[in-house]
Design a protein. Structure first.
Length: 105
């Protein structure tokens, strides 16, 4: 890494594609813009809730936009639960995001 390019020591761990996931949505002020509100969890101060929201949104975006990346991603047990819920909710094929997909066998 080039010194000074990323904002902080943890920035490279949260960077897009670092772990084969797209980034979660980012928000700024005002709290409501053109009828769209910042999710309340982001304003809550609940760091664990914010972290879970970010991870869920990251997995959701990847599933919707680049499901091929999920085939390469390491998924924790929590990630697998999030992914399964999202697939059920959005009607995605259940093999997307599995560690061992059909083409690996």
């Amino acid at each position: 890494l080039i010194p000074g390019v990323l904002g902080g020591a943890r920035s490279n761990r949260e960077e897009s594609f670092e772990d084969h996931f797209l980034e979660y949505p980012h928000y700024t002020r005002p709290r409501v813009f053109q009828g769209l509100e910042v999710p309340s969890v982001l304003l809550s101060g609940d760091h664990r809730g914010i972290q879970l929201w970010r991870r869920t949104q990251s997995i959701k975006r990847t599933l919707e936009r680049r499901p091929d990346l999920l085939e390469k991603a390491f998924l924790s047990e929590a990630d697998k639960c999030i992914l399964e819920e999202l697939k059920q909710k959005h009607g995605k094929p259940s093999h997307i995001g599995d560690q061992e997909s059909d083409h690996d066998q």
